[in-house]
Design a protein around this ligand. Structure first.
Ligand SMILES: *Cc1c(COP(=O)(O)O)cnc(C)c1O
Length: 829
């Protein structure tokens, strides 16, 4: 059995031959291609089918096992899954990489090229969606019975092109060539109602409520098997697609009804049509609320049906069901479950509320005010009238508790109410989620602290036991084993076992070898190979030639003011000025650097799009300046995605995670980068703090204000004039104003955001210490052995950032759910 089976090791010949026959069968029979017309695309389809066959077999066994043992299940509700590609991930989790490499090779194909035929499933914006996908991988690997529920968007995150230095968006019709991983379940279909009205009637002295009328659409399930690594357990990601209640009857094909019938169809399908492209921003659109309720309603009907099939009493619901809300997006599930208990099951309020709060856990992902969801009461009244009634009742009872604790404190009532009063009343979803859950968690220690101190201090006083921290993690299967096979082999050799893939703490065995020359040499060689691969990608996507000997400096993530790509590009302009000013002899002394950017801006985020334009404009100037040559290159790689991340991250020397302190909840790419043997330039924010603690602060290039200082600094800034701003930063402003990177009008809004005391993200304040940190990077990088020692030390301490650890904590502290491995005698390879 070969964990990584790099293709050079001989695999069992029968197995490989069998696989070859299956591949030929699928290519010829399933896809109807005569052999002469085979190509890599056909081989991808055929390969995916053979993998799918294996997954489905395990998947059925898993479901049978969970049902037979009536295991408690965790339902992860997320409006986003940033899946990426699935083929290689599945092959690795099945531990069949060697077999597949050989079978394909015998047919004249390379596994590495074949897997590239797959299109990314980009059903998410950034970290939140990718976290959901890492969690599904870890839950399957830990054999935890779980279903990830979401929406099968027809259009994923838009495709980004760069034209004239600017971002252009194109729709991502990711299903155009089909999707071999999904299984359409025409038998798993639920009605979902919108609009309508509530009728009441009286029976046995009780008032009963019924939601009627309005518009009903159908939710159809599409299942994707999620294989665990080293376990038979194969869980489910179930995504809902919307369609009209009935196909319009042929009888309605007359003039009068035809247009209406088509409109109804279009309205239904619109619900699962497009992923909203906002990261950390709430746009408050009606269609978005429809998406939320659509997927929540179908999901809870599905959960209820599965629960009832077990035969357990409804009063025991919470012993078999745990629901985790990935941010507030699915929070309407709380009043929806109450509605099902009250109106459908005839339960009393107190019994229903008791079970509901035991079922739900809520993960907060941000405290940025612009990202906190609010739904206007009139909209909620129109779209979900019964839910609004229930929310009012929840709020009424909640405010009685508040009143009981703080007598005659109107301020507390206003602040803690689920309903925001004002010109337009609104439902505050984070408060609803907090009131309706037994556990609320932040996603890194600092963030969980800020949730308690700055977002919900009163709620902490009311129910301190609810508040927890669950520091994010990433799956080592995708982010080390799959993305970085070169490093994976070195790790296995150094820690003398392949088990690190399942127990990432084993990386610590490498720590004492950080100074070992052989390991350092191997480590550097793997890094060089990864840099060569990225250099080739940069050449082909950006047309820029970069030296693999240079320091690769990476900042890839959504473009956002708080993430401060602007700080990075301004410092690169400063670096450019220094190079230009230097004599040719002095220029040769600069540490060669390739600055690599990638990331999408929300299409409506004006300033973020200007920042992309500035980065590209600086690149155009610097990369074509003969005075600069290899000393500095600045590239923006278009269309950031999971697959692109898998190529860029293994090639990093440093990566930048430089948010204004207190603003990045956790970050997860910071973890991926250090796992892949790079060092961080970062602020004391999000998980950077815990990474610094784990790896040693001396192994990170830390700079900038701390979260505690930020508030005061913002206040002080109001009274600070331009004369106090660092001269080097002013020089950069002047260069932009002088039109060095194109007409100044294009970039004026950027400088405007920084000047006149408006520098909300504190770029000017952090600038000097940022330059110091970068200076330090250059100094250490030239000492190759010291640099590599720091990298190995850091990587060896990253075990705690495996999403396996995160999921084990959720399972124990929030879900009370146990692992349920499918017995290994049922194992089939
Ligand atoms: C990990 C990941 C993210 C999250 O990046 P941060 O730097 O933590 O914001 C976003 N997008 C993709 C494609 C990722 O893989």
């Amino acid at each position: 059995m070969h964990l990584f089976g790099n293709g050079s090791t001989k695999q069992a010949p029968e197995e490989v031959e069998h696989l070859q026959r299956e591949l030929l069968h699928h290519a010829q029979v399933t896809y109807a291609h005569p052999r002469p017309s085979f190509n890599t695309s056909v081989m991808y389809e055929a390969t995916a089918q053979t993998v799918r066959d294996r997954l489905v077999e395990r998947w059925l066994k898993t479901e049978e096992h969970y049902t037979k043992t009536n295991a408690k299940r965790i339902y992860y509700l997320s409006l986003e899954y940033l899946v990426g590609r699935s083929l290689l991930n599945a092959i690795l989790n099945l531990r069949l990489k060697g077999e597949y490499s050989e079978a394909l090779k015998a047919l004249g194909y390379h596994l590495e090229e074949t897997v590239e035929e797959e299109r990314d499933a980009g059903l998410g914006n950034g970290g939140l969606g990718r976290l959901a996908s890492c969690f599904l991988d870890s839950m399957a690997t830990l054999s935890i019975p779980s279903v990830g529920y979401g929406i099968r968007y027809k259009y994923g995150i838009f495709e980004q092109l760069i034209q004239d230095n600017k971002q252009i968006e194109r729709p991502d019709y990711w299903l155009s060539k089909g999707n071999p991983w999904e299984i359409e379940r025409l038998d798993v279909v639920y009605p979902v109602r919108f609009y309508g009205h509530v009728v009441t009637h009286h029976q046995d002295g009780k008032t009963l409520f019924k939601w009627e009328g309005g518009e009903v659409v159908q939710a159809v399930a599409y299942d994707t098997p999620i294989p665990g690594f080293g376990t038979v357990n194969t869980n489910t990601m179930r995504l809902w697609s919307a369609r009209p209640l009935e196909e319009f009857g042929l009888g309605e094909f007359n003039e009068g009804h035809y247009a209406q019938a088509v409109e109804a169809r279009v309205r239904a399908e619109a619900i699962s049509s497009v992923l909203y492209p906002n990261d950390n921003h709430d746009a408050g659109k009606e269609l978005r609320l429809k998406q939320q309720y659509f997927f929540v309603s179908a999901t809870l009907q599905d959960i209820m049906k599965r629960y009832k099939a077990s035969g357990d009493a409804i009063s025991k619901f919470d012993t078999k069901v745990a629901v985790q809300l990935n941010d507030t997006h699915p929070t309407i599930a709380i009043p929806e479950l109450m509605r099902l208990f009250l109106d459908e099951e005839g339960m009393s309020w107190d019994a229903a509320w008791d079970i509901t709060t035991r079922v739900f856990g809520y993960t907060n992902h941000t405290i940025l005010p612009e990202a906190l969801e609010k739904w206007s009461v009139p909209l909620m009244q129109k779209l979900l009238p019964r839910h609004l009634e229930i929310i009012y009742e929840i709020n009424h009872r909640h405010l009685q508790v508040v009143e009981g604790k703080w007598k005659n404190d109107t301020e507390k009532l206003i602040k803690m109410s689920i309903i925001e009063e004002g010109n337009t009343k609104a439902v505050r979803m984070a408060i609803l989620a907090t009131v309706g859950s037994h556990a609320i968690n932040g996603v890194a220690e600092i963030h969980s602290g800020l949730v308690k101190t700055s977002l919900f201090p009163e709620f902490v006083e009311l129910s301190p036991q609810k508040f927890q921290n669950k520091t994010n993690g990433v799956t080592p299967r995708r982010w080390i084993l799959q993305a970085n096979p070169g490093l994976s082999k070195i790790i296995t050799k150094a820690v003398e076992t392949e088990d690190w893939v399942l127990n990432l703490d084993l990386l610590q065995r490498m720590k004492h070898l950080a100074g070992n020359k052989t390991l350092q040499h191997d480590f550097q060689a793997a890094k060089s190979a990864n840099k060569a691969k990225l250099a080739a990608l940069i050449k082909s996507r950006c047309g820029v030639e970069v030296s693999e000997k240079a320091l690769f400096d990476v900042q890839i993530k959504r473009i956002h003011e708080y993430k401060r790509q602007l700080l990075n590009i301004l410092s690169l302009i400063y670096r450019y000025q220094c190079i230009k000013r230097a004599s040719p002899a002095d220029r040769a002394k600069f540490v060669k650097r390739v600055a690599i950017f990638a990331g999408k801006a929300a299409p409506g985020y004006y300033l973020a799009k200007r920042i992309i334009q500035l980065i590209n404009a600086v690149g155009a100037r610097v990369n074509n300046d003969p005075d600069v040559g290899d000393t500095l290159k600045v590239v923006f790689i278009p269309n950031y995605s999971v697959s692109l991340a898998e190529v860029i991250i293994p090639a990093n020397d440093i990566s930048q995670h430089i948010s204004t302190a207190g603003m990045e909840a956790s970050g997860t790419s910071n973890m991926k980068f250090v796992m892949n043997g790079g060092l961080i330039v970062g602020t004391m924010d999000g998980a950077n703090i815990e990474i610094a603690n784990a790896c040693g602060r001396e192994n990170m290039f830390v700079f900038g204000a701390t979260a505690e200082e930020v508030g005061g600094l913002r206040h002080a800034l109001k009274h600070k004039g331009e004369d106090l701003i660092d001269e080097r930063l002013l020089q950069v402003y002047h260069s932009i104003e002088a039109g060095d990177f194109g007409p100044y009008e294009e970039f004026e809004p950027i400088l405007y955001s920084l000047r006149e005391g408006r520098d909300y993200y504190l770029l000017a304040h952090d600038w000097p210490s940022y330059l110091d940190a970068q200076e330090m990077v250059d100094q250490i990088f030239v000492d190759e052995s010291e640099w590599t020692r720091r990298c190995i030390t850091s990587t060896s301490m990253m075990g705690v950032f495996s999403s396996d650890r995160t999921i084990a904590e959720y399972a124990k502290d929030i879900w009370n759910v146990k692992s349920a491995p499918v017995p290994s005698d049922a194992k089939h390879q």
